[in-house]
Every structure is written in structure tokens, then in C-alpha cells.
Design a protein around this ligand. Structure first.
Ligand SMILES: [Zn+2]
Length: 254
């Protein structure tokens, strides 16, 4: 059977979807050298490769892999520390020049968001509308979402999770009711753990010197701008030196 035909299959009952995803959960814990616990502390691109094979077998009867083969498009996996907002991405690369017109796909997952979640900020975490109890469950929901993107790209060429077709497929295969995640972002963690928001005035010390500035951006560290006559001019007409400061080193000032 090929993937476009397979997509027309009727929805599995919810308990069966849950049982199948749980099987994959257990299989990952059993075989991964990195994921040893539901709240794992390391994630490798090989784990994503394993997830792909497991999902393809358990939910798609191998039709994802046969579609890739049919398109002669390799699929690669990446764990990203830089993605600080999105949980995952699926990308198709189509070279526009040269003799090769080889398409490739990549699925990337944000380790930064997974590691910031189920850590030191406690609140319920829903991913794709489903409550998650640990990082591995959250990873599975993110990965399932990306598999629907991949499916759409291969079968329909385009893919958008704000569209009805995506949402129908995500519900049909995985009982997803939303296309969003509520993983903890570094920005949220900065607010809830350190009380620091962009725009806040802060004080910090570097090698014995104290600086006062304001928070411009929060990723894993805060970008703090400190007025300095020898630094580049910003759009507000002032000159600032830019510091990347660990959140724990910042002290909010009135
Ligand atoms: Zn999406």
C-alpha cells in the first residue's frame, strides 16, 4: 500500500492509539543509550531515527519509508539547542541550482525546550492538546506532529499545521486536538524562576565591575544592554554595549 491510500484508513480507537504510543515509549527506554528515563537528560539524533522507524512501523505500516524511497529523498534528523520557541521543525531542501535535483528532508527537535520542561517550573504541560507527564511523552507528541508535516509534504507537497487537512490527519493518526505546544521556553523560565522580563532594569557584575542595563532579549541567557559611549548606536539614539549574562547572575533593580 502506498502512503496516499494509507491516509484514507479509518481512525484507530483512542485506547489503541494510546497503547501503540506507549509501546514506542517503552521501546525507546529499552534500546536508547541516551534516553534512560522518562525525564532523560540527553537526546541524540539517533533517538529521532529510532522514533521514526518505530512510528513508521507502528502507525504507517512502513509507508513513510517507502514514500521517501519512491521520492529518492533521504531523511535526516537533528537535535537543536538553538530552537527556543518551536518544539520541532520539518524542512524540505530542494536545491535550485546545479545538475542535482535531489530533495532531502530533515526533522529537528528542540532539546532546549524539552530540557527546560519538567525541570524547575511546575505546571501542567500539554503538547498537541495532550497532557504530557515527562520529557519522553512530550518528545513523542512533538515528533508525531512533525511526522504529519512530513506526510503532507510528501503527499500534497505543501504542509501547514494551521490548516484543516493537517489537523484532521493529526487527529486521525494520533488524536492530537491542537497544533501547539506548551513546553517551557527560556523566556517563561526567566519570568517564573528569576522574575526577569525583557525591558527590566538589571544589575550584574563581571570581573569585579558592576554594570547596570536593561534586558533586551531572553534566550538561554539574557542579552543585557548597558549604555556605553564607545559602543554601537541603537535605534533609540543611544549607544550600548551588549552582554550575554546567565539569568542567575542578574539582579533586578527597581
Ligand atoms: Zn507544525
Amino acid at each position: 500500500m502506498d502512503l496516499p491510500v494509507y491516509l484514507r484508513r479509518t481512525q484507530r480507537p483512542l485506547p489503541e492509539i494510546r497503547a501503540r504510543t506507549r509501546e514506542i515509549y517503552d521501546a525507546v527506554l529499552k534500546q536508547s543509550p541516551w534516553i534512560k528515563d522518562g525525564n532523560f537528560a540527553a537526546l541524540h539524533s539517533r533517538d529521532l531515527e529510532f522514533l521514526f522507524a518505530a512510528y513508521d512501523k507502528t502507525f504507517f505500516e512502513g509507508t513513510l519509508n517507502s514514500s521517501l524511497t519512491g521520492l529518492r529523498a533521504p531523511l535526516t534528523f537533528r537535535v537543536s539547542k538553538r530552537m527556543t520557541r518551536v518544539g520541532g521543525t520539518t524542512t524540505r531542501f530542494r536545491p535550485r541550482f546545479g545538475f542535482s535535483n535531489k530533495t532531502t528532508f530533515e526533522i529537528a527537535v528542540s532539546s532546549t525546550l524539552l530540557f527546560a520542561t519538567f525541570y524547575d517550573v511546575n505546571r501542567p504541560i500539554r503538547v498537541t492538546g495532550i497532557e504530557c507527564h515527562d520529557r519522553l511523552e512530550a518528545l513523542q507528541r512533538v515528533f508525531e506532529h512533525e511526522l504529519i508535516h512530513l506526510t503532507e509534504m510528501m503527499v500534497f507537497d505543501d504542509s501547514s499545521c494551521s490548516q484543516r487537512r493537517f489537523q484532521q490527519l493529526a487527529f486521525q493518526f494520533f488524536a492530537h486536538t491542537e497544533a501547539t505546544h506548551q513546553l517551557i521556553t527560556p523566556g517563561e523560565r526567566a519570568v517564573s524562576k528569576y522574575g526577569i522580563r525583557p525591558g527590566d532594569k538589571v544589575r550584574f557584575r563581571v570581573e569585579g565591575t558592576e554594570y547596570v542595563g536593561f534586558v533586551n532579549r531572553v534566550t538561554k541567557r539574557a542579552t543585557v544592554l548597558v549604555e556605553d559611549p564607545n559602543s554601537p548606536l541603537y535605534s533609540d539614539g543611544r549607544r550600548y554595549a551588549k552582554f550575554y549574562v546567565p539569568l542567575a547572575m542578574l539582579e533586578p533593580t527597581g
